[in-house]
Design a protein. Structure first.
Length: 255
């Protein structure tokens, strides 16, 4: 990895850390909740642009991330009748594991933003985007050691991380004092929901892991997924294509 990319990656990590810090800022200070949400949003957007700025234009990657995001949204909608039992985190984990940190973060954040047009938008969307984006981001960091057991373990841990971040919004929405005892009470109340999400994520990673791996490997072989922009086939110098066709026609007439 070149020095500029290392610097951008480090800056993106710092921006994500700042977003997480902004989310819990009202627990430590008298900063208003609206200011904390604004800071969280700005830092998360900064992280996204740092991940993707100057990235090679890879049409296959863009389409694949869009398809994975659509699959995550469809999965969340399909299982809407079962509270918290969703495949969305599993799809985000697999996307990050095979496409990298930036793609995982983008898939996670967009899947929550888009699916909330069905489930309802509000201030909580920012926390959901950050939480699911972090799930995909960390999955991307696991690319060197990716396998079903590792991704399943992170899917479970990431589900609890997502719950811990969204519990912050729940605490603020209650309108009481933002203190650690109050947050722990809210987190304890949300623990069953996070556990159901963790169990569903593990199940879907185990079920979908091998089929998705085969699809990603096929995309890698056929379209160079993950290898940057695919090179174009060599073209003839100006004026040569016509002469080459003429030579072929002459050879066919001489037979």
């Amino acid at each position: 990895m070149s020095a500029p990319r290392v610097i951008r990656f480090a800056a993106a990590v710092v921006a994500l850390a700042a977003a997480a810090a902004a989310a819990v800022l009202p627990l430590y200070t008298s900063v208003p909740f609206a200011a904390a949400v604004a800071a969280l949003t700005v830092c998360a957007l900064a992280a996204f642009f740092l991940f993707n700025e100057n990235a090679p234009l890879d049409e296959t990657r863009i389409v694949t991330v869009a398809v994975m995001t659509a699959a995550a949204v469809a999965g969340r909608a399909a299982f809407a009748f079962i509270p918290s039992f969703k495949p969305i985190a599993a799809v985000v984990v697999l996307c990050g594991a095979y496409l990298g940190c930036g793609s995982g973060f983008l898939c996670g954040a967009l899947s929550m933003l888009l699916s909330n047009f069905l489930f309802g938008q509000g201030p909580w969307t920012t926390f959901q985007m950050l939480g699911m984006g972090l799930v995909g981001f960390v999955a991307g960091a696991l690319r060197p050691v990716r396998n079903i057991p590792v991704l399943a373990v992170w899917g479970a841990v990431g589900s609890y991380l997502y719950g811990a971040i969204t519990d912050i919004w729940t605490l603020f929405s209650l309108g009481g004092a933002a203190t650690w005892p109050a947050y722990l009470a809210v987190a304890a109340a949300g623990l069953p929901s996070s556990t159901v999400l963790a169990v569903s994520t593990v199940l879907f990673v185990v079920v979908l892991g091998a089929p998705f791996a085969r699809k990603f490997e096929r995309l890698r072989r056929r379209y160079g997924l993950g290898a940057g922009k695919r090179p174009l086939p060599p073209s003839d110098p100006p004026g040569m294509s016509g002469s080459r066709d003429a030579v072929k026609d002459g050879q066919q007439r001489g037979r």
